[in-house]
Design a protein around this ligand. Structure first.
Ligand code: UDP
Ligand code: UDP
Length: 477
């Protein structure tokens, strides 16, 4: 068989949560669209219902090109796991702990693998078995290039500190000045768990992964030149860390057909869209803190009051539980019937998983209040919707910085992390008005939308990169 006829076979290994699964499957769809065969390795059991539904839908959409391989995880010893641990984070740890089971699974596949593309949360674990995998390995990074630069640079920082075993709270200092960056990352934007005194598994994971980044064959990231040109250049020019593998900006990853949830699961979607159809163009704010952030009870009332006061219509998605399997309570019981009545006079409130891309793509939507989850951000960019970020935890302040610098969004910096204080309704209304009335934001969002469409269009950066990788793998077959 000549190199051009070789079957390119790519295995994908996602991690827990929709924010990690969505980009994985969207990326897999790109390779499928370019004639590759795909194996999807699915860690079992799955944490949320939304994940199970999406995996089924993906596999049944490509019955001939996709093989699903179950990866049965070994549970962690319950006596070593804290009882209030985030179930998604626990799943990251469980996959890392079970990763030695992968080589036999992958070597038994009927077609040899051209490449393995796996989730960022598994770097060191997969690196530890990569000599047994017999194919190049890549990660798909689920956050911004700014966050990737931070993750890459922390090992350099730690090693440059004269203290024997410097702790992140020491070597981070007042800000992280990543080489090649115009604006430093302030200490206050660093994930809280990374700075905690003592040692925790999150710190260890970030540090270990930071040191292992140079062992990868490449990093695929959901970003693109116009959105994060400076960070992508710094990473690829060796300014952040020497010896880093290529960082491929394949974003923005687009929503795919298989994500269309069917009517049975869709719940409120049809009437949300009907309601949006009746609203004036650009007059509605979409409010969602992502797939796994439960809105704090003490914040719900003020958020409702802010939305009522802001003067715009709204679609508000409220998660009452982190994991959808546990959702049971009625929104009306939480908000109270009087407030619920007022909310419904002005907008729509739901707690179900919604088809976010359909909402963001509706002409009535003119702004997005988001926690700053990177998938949500790139989806808003794709649709040209201005953003107001309200970071809750983790990477979300860094993504807020990236958005602010790109000019497509504003960030309510004075609100701190979502868990720090209760933001009053009046303040929320004020910020929403600011976002909705800012003409320069709208212009910039439209420009970025055009750039996003170009990056994903025929001959755009995404296609060029995917084709180049496929050619490289064929040559090496
Ligand atoms: N999402 C959705 N409907 C919801 C909540 C989330 O479609 O009700 C999708 C959203 O479009 C995005 C992903 O789930 O693709 C969430 O990822 P993100 O990085 O924005 O945030 P996370 O949920 O990981 O905090
Ligand atoms: N985490 C946390 N506090 C933080 C940062 C992270 O508890 O300040 C935990 C959180 O539970 C999350 C995990 O560490 O699930 C990974 O964090 P990251 O921000 O990378 O998660 P992502 O949103 O990308 O899944």
């Amino acid at each position: 068989m000549s190199a051009s006829e070789a079957v390119v076979h790519v295995a994908f290994l996602p991690s827990a949560g929709m924010g990690h699964l969505n980009p994985c499957l969207r990326l897999a769809a790109l390779f499928l669209g370019n004639g590759c065969k795909v194996t999807l390795i699915t860690p079992k059991p799955t944490v949320s219902i939304a994940e199970s539904n999406l995996i089924s839908s993906f596999c049944s959409s490509f019955p001939h090109q996709v093989t699903q391989v179950h990866f049965n995880l070994i549970p962690l010893d319950p006596t070593t796991v804290s009882t209030n641990i985030d179930p998604f984070y626990l799943q990251f740890q469980t996959i890392r702990h079970s990763v030695h089971l992968l080589p036999p699974i992958l070597s038994s596949l009927s077609t040899p693998l051209s490449a393995l593309i796996y989730n960022v949360s598994l770097i060191s674990a997969v690196v530890s078995i990569s000599d047994k995998l017999l194919c190049p390995t890549y990660i798909y990074f689920t956050s911004s290039a700014r966050m990737l630069s931070f993750n890459a640079y922390v090992a350099v920082l730690a090693d440059s500190d004269p203290a024997a075993q410097p702790h992140p709270s020491t070597f981070i200092g007042d800000a992280v000045r990543v080489p090649g960056f115009t604006s430093p990352i302030p200490r206050s934007s660093v994930p809280v768990a990374f700075l905690l005194e003592g040692s925790n598994s999150f710190q260890r994971m970030i540090m270990e992964d930071s040191r292992n980044l140079t062992k990868l064959d490449g990093v695929l990231i959901n970003s693109f030149e116009e959105l994060e040109g400076e960070a992508l250049a710094a990473l690829n020019e060796g300014k952040v860390v020497r010896g880093l593998p290529p960082v491929y900006g394949i974003g923005p990853l687009m929503a795919c057909e298989f994500e269309n949830v069917d009517e049975g699961q869709k719940g409120s979607m049809s009437w949300i869209l009907e309601w949006l159809d009746e609203q004036a163009e650009g007059s509605v704010v979409y409010v969602s803190l992502g797939s796994r952030t439960e809105t704090r009870r003490e914040q719900i009332k003020d958020t409702a009051l802010g939305l009522i006061e802001c003067g715009y219509g709204f679609v508000w998605v409220v998660k009452l539980k982190r994991v959808d399997r546990e959702e049971g309570e009625d929104l009306e019981d939480v908000l109270g019937s009087e407030l619920m009545g007022k909310v419904r006079e002005k907008g729509v409130v739901v707690k179900e998983y919604v088809d976010q891309m359909k909402i963001l793509g509706h002409p009535a939507v003119g702004g997005f209040v988001s926690h700053g989850g990177w998938n949500s951000i790139t989806e808003a960019v794709w649709e040209g919707v201005p953003i107001l970020t309200w970071p809750q935890y983790g990477d979300q302040k860094m993504t807020s910085e990236a958005i602010k610098m790109s000019g497509v969004g504003i960030w309510a910096e004075e609100w701190g992390w979502g868990t720090q204080k209760v933001v009053e309704g009046t303040e929320i209304a004020k910020k929403i008005k600011q976002m909705m009335s800012d003409e320069s934001l709208r212009v910039k969002a439209r420009e970025m939308k055009d750039a996003a469409r170009k990056a994903c269009g025929v001959g755009g950066s995404c296609e060029v990169i995917i084709k180049r990788l496929i050619e490289e793998w064929k040559r090496n077959a």
